[in-house]
Design a protein around this ligand. Structure first.
Ligand SMILES: Cc1cc2nc3c(=O)[nH]c(=O)nc-3n(C[C@H](O)[C@H](O)[C@H](O)COP(=O)(O)OP(=O)(O)OC[C@H]3O[C@@H](n4cnc5c(N)ncnc54)[C@H](O)[C@@H]3O)c2cc1C
Length: 319
C-alpha cells in the first residue's frame, strides 16, 4: 500500500502544535498532507490543530482514554495510522510519547529515531534526523530507511506555527478500546515545587550538596522569593527519593531563563538537561567543580551559608 502524509501526535497539545510546524515543512517538501491525532475522553482541540496547519485531524474519543495508558493509546494511534497510512509519524518526546512511539514502531515493524533536534527528508523521501549523543557533546546524523518513518521530538525543538483561519477535516474513529492490562492503584499530586519544570522560566535545583531532605527548605524559600520551580539531579530523586522528577539526559530537559544549580557537580548527564537554559548560576563549594565550566556566574561557597544569605538579600530588595 502506498503511504502518504505526515502525521503528528502528542498528548500535550502545545507540543503537538510545535510538531505541526515541522510537520508542515516536511509535508510541503513531500507534497503530501499534514495529519494530526487527538486522543482523550473529552476532545476539544481539533479546531486549534486545524488553525495551526493540520489538514486532517483523527479524533479518538472514549471515556477509557481520559488518562494515559500505553496499551489503549497505542491501539488508538494504530487505528489512526491504519486509516491515514502516513509515511512519517512524529511523536512528542514527553515521558508518555517516549513510551508510545517505540511500541507503535514495533507494531509496524519499523524503526524509531528518538529525541530528534533536527528533521529533514531526502530525494528518496527518507526521514533524516539530527540527535544529540554522548550526553549532548556530539550530534549524530541518522537516516530512517523503513516506512513509516517514526521520530520523537522533545518540547520546544520546533516553533509552533502562527494560527490562521483554515478549513480541515475532522475524522472521528470509532472502535473498541481494549482494556489496559495495567491497573492504576493510586494517583498522587506532585509534591510542592514540582510539575511544570519544562516550561518554568526560573528553576532552582538541588544536588547532592544537600545533606538532608529537610534542607531543601533552604531552596524552597529561595524559590518562593524568585517565583521559581524546584528541580534536582538524578540522585536526589531516583536514589534519595526527596523529589519525584530530575533534570538531565534520562530526565527532564528544561529551558528556563535562569537556572540556579546548588550543590550540583555538573556531570554530562545533568548538563544534557540544562543546555537550553539562558543563564546558569551555580553555587558549589569546590572551585574545580565542572558546573562552573557550564555557568555564566558562579559562587564558590557553602550552599548552607550562601542560600540563606541570597534569600535574605533578595527579600530585602523587594521591600
Ligand atoms: C545512564 C545514566 C543516566 C544518568 N542520568 C542523569 C540525569 O538525567 N540527570 C542527573 O542529574 N544525573 C544523571 N545521572 C547521574 C550522574 O552521572 C551524576 O551521578 C549526577 O548528576 C550527580 O549529581 P549531583 O551533582 O547532585 O551529585 P555529585 O556529583 O555528588 O555532586 C555534588 C556536588 O555538591 C558539591 N557540594 C557538596 N557539599 C556542598 C555544600 N555544602 N555547598 C556547596 N556545594 C556542595 C560538591 O562539591 C559536588 O560538586 C545519570 C547516570 C547514568 C549512569
Amino acid at each position: 500500500m502506498e503511504l502518504n502524509g505526515v502525521m503528528v501526535f502528542s498528548e500535550n497539545v502545545e507540543l503537538e502544535l510545535q510538531l505541526l510546524g515541522k510537520g508542515a515543512e516536511l509535508a510541503e517538501k513531500l507534497d503530501t498532507e499534514l495529519q494530526a491525532v487527538l486522543i482523550g475522553s473529552d476532545v476539544t482541540d481539533a479546531s486549534t490543530l486545524i488553525e495551526h496547519g493540520a489538514e486532517r485531524v483523527y479524533v479518538v474519543e472514549n471515556p477509557e482514554l481520559g488518562h494515559f495508558a500505553f496499551e489503549p493509546y497505542r491501539t488508538a494511534i494504530l487505528e489512526a495510522i491504519k486509516r491515514a497510512s502516513p509515511e512519517i509519524i512524529l511523536f512528542g518526546a514527553t515521558k508518555r510519547g517516549k513510551e508510545l512511539a517505540p511500541r507503535v514502531a514495533a507494531a509496524l515493524d519499523t524503526g524509531c529515531m528518538t529525541e530528534c533536534i533536527g528533521l529533514d527528508v531526502d530525494d528518496e523521501r527518507r526521514l533524516l534526523a539530527e540527535r544529540l549523543t554522548y550526553g549532548g557533546s556530539c550530534v549524530a546524523n541518522e537516516m530512517s530507511r523503513k516506512k513509516p518513518h517514526i521520530a520523537t521530538i522533545p518540547p520546544r525543538t520546533f516553533q509552533k506555527p502562527e494560527p490562521s483561519k483554515r478549513v480541515g477535516e475532522v475524522i472521528k474513529l470509532d472502535f473498541e478500546v481494549p482494556a489496559s492490562r495495567i491497573a492504576i492503584v493510586e494517583r498522587k499530586e506532585k509534591s510542592r515545587g514540582e510539575g511544570g519544570l519544562e516550561e518554568a522560566p526560573i528553576i532552582v535545583a538541588a544536588g547532592r550538596g544537600f545533606r538532608e531532605k529537610e534542607d531543601l527548605k533552604l531552596l524552597e524559600e529561595l524559590a518562593d522569593v524568585l517565583g521559581a520551580k524546584v528541580g534536582c539531579t538524578r540522585p536526589i530523586a531516583a536514589d534519595s527519593g526527596w523529589l519525584d522528577e530530575w533534570i538531565g539526559i534520562s530526565g527532564l530537559k528544561v529551558g528556563p531563563r535562569l537556572y540556579l544549580a546548588c550543590g550540583i557537580s555538573g556531570t554530562v548527564q545533568h548538563a544534557a538537561g540544562i543546555r537550553d537554559a539562558q543563564i546558569i548560576v551555580s553555587i558549589n563549594k569546590d572551585e574545580a567543580a565542572n558546573i562552573f565550566e557550564l555557568s555564566d556566574y558562579g559562587v564558590v561557597g557553602d550552599l548552607y551559608k550562601v542560600l540563606p544569605a541570597l534569600t535574605k538579600a533578595l527579600k530585602s530588595r523587594r521591600k
